[in-house]
Write a protein of this length. Structure first.
Lengths: 256, 331
């Protein structure tokens, strides 16, 4: 099975974010990490390869720092990587990101393409579904289990409120993967060493330029959210705070 | 001919999804703001009853978009049906709730029509002549006002709880209902969905709990959950968790609060070591009182908290348990 995993580098979860001068994006001097759902997507691809044989290819778009995500993926067991390397990729909407990916992989023949169900920075949950439409492939989202059966797969879709659904689908297909589908592995020292020799193909913006257009939507303004709640911060030593909390629980919340 | 706002309501398991009324409220507000005409649609097979239910609300017209191939739901069928319908009616704005099902097809539909969707919005604004849609980014740490830079139709999905479903205005008289039969060609539908099912036996119904003590990643290790359990017991409440705790198997799935778990609105929600990621918040923001303890002063959970403690939960929870026990003992 030839599986492509689309991965994204996002600011670290606890990174303090500051707005840039134009307040249209954040200042990039933060620490970055792999988008967590994408890590689960990669892990799932590696497990499918271990079960059925084949190849796992990882792809990302972004500035040079995004290569880190690919290196980690190769160290975990991916076979090769594709980096659409340019700062300009950061600002592309889901549609143009998907177009760029589709252009970069046009000579490949994947059976499956995985993405995380959404990114921790934008949180749109669209790129995988858009990519499926551009490729003319079937897709399913928020996947918690994948089983292969001949030319088909059976996937388990997560629905709201604890419900699930199995869906049978033909290949090739795009799946967006839910966090918690599996347990993430760590890269081994051997894996990290081997990663250095694995193929990493760089794709310049110019190579995919003809596939993309201007964004169809625009972030006019990014800002710290206005608080609608009057939050009361309770301060003091642990003992003092405990007493203040009980006071609130008794007199305001009335649960004591 | 006025511009139109089209609200597409979701029906599942024999009824209209409650969150769809929130989208209708949003549509009514946008219609009032813009002066555009509000219409609604229900998509499926044999959905006339749902369309009639919607027609009782203040809306100019309701459509039942019909095909036997729309049941069960597949993204191929829904995208094909709505593309035909929207191309014929040409609404300016298409609104849907940000449900798992809508997420499954709206990016496909928008792309097929050469358009885009602004998803998971929590509000809208008018800026001069332009409509801006507000959405949370970076797991709630920042907000963005987003505009469309393409032609209509414009697709927008609204987050659970962004609008009040019970505020959807009733109409003075039932709106006209029209059935629109769509043709979905053979070979369009590629997925074969099976029956929807619930996985584990639901041992606890958190929606009935008045008091919930919930743990997030800040609890650090499985054995520390015992501390939260003691607090829950002292308060007479139930224990719950954010998704990562359940993914790790530290608590069973039926303790999960959030978009894929349970949505609760208890009297008290006490969040320990929970950062406040959007997928969690949508499951508990309706709580009457929210108290959060977290080491990170910037944690988004504090934005929706009534009482906040920036500190180490391992320092605070033990004396808190003692004080609660003292208070209950009548001292």
């Amino acid at each position: 099975m030839k599986i492509l995993v689309c991965m994204k580098q996002v600011p670290q979860k606890d990174a303090p974010l500051k707005l840039n001068e134009s307040a249209a994006w954040i200042r990039e001097d933060v620490s970055y990490e792999v988008n967590e759902p994408d890590a689960y997507a990669l892990e799932e691809a590696l497990r499918q390869k271990e079960k059925h044989g084949g190849e796992v290819v990882v792809i990302t778009s972004g500035p040079p720092r995004a290569q880190q995500v690919l290196r980690e993926a190769l160290a975990k067991g991916a076979d090769r990587a594709i980096h659409l390397e340019d700062n300009a990729f950061v600002g592309l909407d889901a549609l143009n990101t998907a177009r760029a990916f589709a252009a970069a992989i046009k000579d490949e023949a994947f059976d499956l393409i995985f993405t995380g169900l959404q990114s921790d920075d934008y949180g749109y949950a669209q790129t995988g579904v858009v990519l499926a439409e551009l490729l003319g492939w079937p897709h399913a989202t928020i996947i918690m289990h994948i089983e292969k059966s001949d030319s088909e797969i059976r996937v388990k879709r997560e629905l709201e409120a604890g419900f699930f659904q199995f869906v049978d689908m033909p290949l090739p297909a795009v799946l967006t993967i839910q966090s918690g589908i599996n347990k993430l592995r760590y890269a081994t020292l051997i894996g990290i060493k081997q990663a250095k020799n694995k193929p990493l193909r760089k794709v310049a913006l110019a190579e995919v330029q003809s596939a993309i257009t201007g964004n169809l939507q625009k972030i006019e303004r990014l800002y710290v959210p206005q608080k609608t709640k009057n939050t009361e911060f309770l301060k003091g030593s642990a003992g003092e705070v405990a007493k203040k909390l009980v006071d609130k629980l008794r007199n305001e919340v009335r649960v004591l | 001919m006025s511009d139109t706002i089209l609200v597409v309501l979701e029906q599942r398991e024999g009824k209209l999804n409650r969150v769809s009324w929130e989208t209708l409220t949003a549509g009514q507000a946008l219609a009032a703001e813009t002066g555009w005409t509000l219409e609604a649609a229900v998509v499926g097979s044999g959905v006339a009853n749902f369309a009639n239910e919607v027609a009782a609300k203040k809306v100019a017209k309701v459509y039942a978009v019909e095909s036997p191939k729309l049941e069960p739901y597949t993204p191929d069928a829904f995208s094909s049906a709505l593309k035909q319908f929207i191309e014929s009616k040409q609404p300016k704005l298409v609104l849907m709730p940000h449900t798992y099902q809508v997420r499954d097809f709206i990016p496909k539909l928008a792309t097929a029509m050469g358009r885009t969707a602004i998803s998971d919005c929590i509000a809208y604004k008018k800026d001069g002549g332009k409509l801006l849609f507000t959405r949370q980014m970076f797991q709630g740490k920042l907000a963005a006002d987003v505009s469309f830079t393409c032609d209509a139709p414009w697709f927008v999905t609204f987050q659970n709880g962004a609008f009040r479903g019970d505020k959807a205005e009733a109409g003075a008289s039932p709106a006209p209902v029209e059935t629109v039969n769509v043709q979905i060609a053979d070979g369009v539908i590629r997925n074969k969905p099976q029956e929807v099912f619930k996985e584990a036996k639901q041992a606890v119904d958190l929606t009935q709990a008045e008091i919930i003590v919930s743990v997030g990643r800040g609890i650090k290790e499985q054995k520390n959950i015992e501390l939260a359990k003691q607090l829950a017991e002292a308060l007479g409440g139930e224990l719950a968790a954010s998704r990562p705790i359940c993914d790790s198997g530290w608590l069973p799935m039926d303790r999960q609060i959030g978009s894929s778990g349970q949505t609760v609105a208890p009297k008290l929600y006490l969040a320990l070591g929970i950062s406040g990621a959007i997928q969690h918040i949508v499951g508990m923001k309706g709580a009457r009182t929210i108290i959060a303890i977290n080491k990170d002063a910037e944690a988004p959970i504090f934005e929706i908290s009534d009482y906040a403690v920036v500190g180490n939960l391992f320092d605070i929870v033990p004396p808190l348990i003692e004080e609660v026990k003292k208070a209950k003992a009548g001292s």
